[in-house]
Design a binder for this molecule. Structure first.
Ligand SMILES: [Zn+2]
Length: 384
């Protein structure tokens, strides 16, 4: 299944989807920077951008800036109330606030996943709080008594959080394959019910598996025993369920089979139960959609002190751009068209504006300014 196939799925089985309406301004207070490759390890492994409309080099800039911004001993960040209010949910991977206490903030306080069942076509994907990655990096350094350098710690934190949230995506893909054969919604019913019954308890297999998968995948990429020990320490100090990640990683397949059978029983209780190892034959049901890697973003609140220390000037979100163009050039909204909004200048010229979970790219911004007849460079426009 590829991302474009989701259009086919939503066309044929709309009952599976429950699109959440987000106001066009909901993300105006957030800077959203696409991560071109969440497994990126440095300049030498740099690959061509997956999407050329993405603004120049912000991902690379932000990675290197992050190294300077890690603060040893800093407390965990707060998930922005804007995020919780707009995107809070009852599925695995939904953003949750950190309430303090003896346990560490689990990954879903530092990152989150928006499922396509609710956020197709625009917003679904993985989001990492930039401050969450920085905090986890400082935690890795602290737990290794300074043996892990900042660059490595930053990579490890990003890899760990990305793979944790990617497991929630894999769970959604597993649910979708069951939905296809049973022709009815199971993700937003049975899967969520099972998650809600177990979250906060040692029986929360989804979070234990997500942490096990994050430990294994980060380790596969970095092959660094000191980093691995630090991450294991963090996992073990996390809330119940999450804290079983290290224990589960050695029996990952077995536990994932248990998880599959438990979901099957809650989703389709009229079917005969089987021993969970029957699922060993169909591990591919958990495969993610091929390009989840291209739907990973950093999130930074525009009002956070960190935003002033970024190595680039944040660009406007599509809704902020539209507002500014309205005031400057009389550009008006006309209609929605697929994943674009169509605007019009006073002379009748149509301007398509993308709807996507990131700020407008520089190249596109230049093009839109010229189409709207705004005779300004980007810097001048941003200051205006
Ligand atoms: Zn999680």
């Amino acid at each position: 299944m590829g991302a474009a196939d989701l259009d086919v799925l939503s066309g044929q089985m709309p009952e599976l989807f429950q699109p959440r309406e987000l106001s066009p301004e909901w993300n105006d207070g957030l800077i959203i920077v696409p991560i071109r490759d969440p497994e990126w390890r440095g300049e030498h492994e740099w690959r061509a951008p997956l999407d050329c409309s993405v603004s120049e080099d912000e991902h690379v800039d932000i990675e290197y800036a992050g190294i300077e911004l890690i603060e040893p001993g800093a407390g965990p960040p707060n998930m922005s109330p804007v995020i919780i209010e707009a995107l809070g949910g009852t599925y695995g991977g939904a953003p949750i606030p950190y309430v303090g206490g003896p346990a560490m903030p689990p990954p879903d306080c530092l990152a989150f996943y928006l499922p396509f069942h609710y956020y197709h076509p625009t917003w679904w994907g993985v989001y990492l709080l930039f401050e969450g990655v920085l905090w986890l990096a400082s935690e890795i350094i602290r737990r290794s008594n300074g043996a892990v350098g900042k660059l490595r710690a930053m990579q490890a934190a990003r890899l760990f959080l990305y793979h944790h949230e990617a497991f929630h995506h894999k769970t959604e893909c597993f649910a979708t394959r069951m939905e296809l054969t049973h022709r009815r919604p199971l993700f937003k019913t049975g899967f969520e019910r099972f998650y809600q019954q177990t979250i906060g308890t040692p029986g929360c297999l989804e979070e234990g598996l997500a942490n096990a998968s994050a430990l294994n995948d980060a380790n596969k990429k970095l092959r660094d025993a000191v980093v691995d020990r630090a991450l294991v320490g963090y996992v073990q100090a996390s809330p119940p369920g999450y804290n079983r990640g290290d224990q589960i990683r050695g029996v990952f397949q077995e536990k994932r089979c248990e998880f599959a059978e438990a979901n099957q029983r809650i989703c389709l209780p009229h079917l005969p139960p089987k021993r969970s190892d029957v699922w060993r034959t169909t591990a591919h049901m958990f495969n993610g959609i091929a390009n989840i890697k291209s739907r990973v973003n950093y999130v930074i609140p525009r009002n956070s002190p960190l935003s002033l220390r970024l190595p680039f000037r944040p660009l406007p979100s599509p809704s902020q751009l539209a507002k500014k163009l309205g005031a400057l050039a009389g550009v008006q909204f006309v209609r929605h068209c697929g994943n674009r909004d169509i605007y019009q200048t006073p002379t009748g010229k149509k301007i398509p504006m993308p709807q996507h979970p990131r700020d407008i790219g520089r190249g596109l911004l230049r093009k839109i300014l010229s189409e709207a007849g705004v005779d300004m460079g980007i810097e001048e426009f941003l200051r205006h």
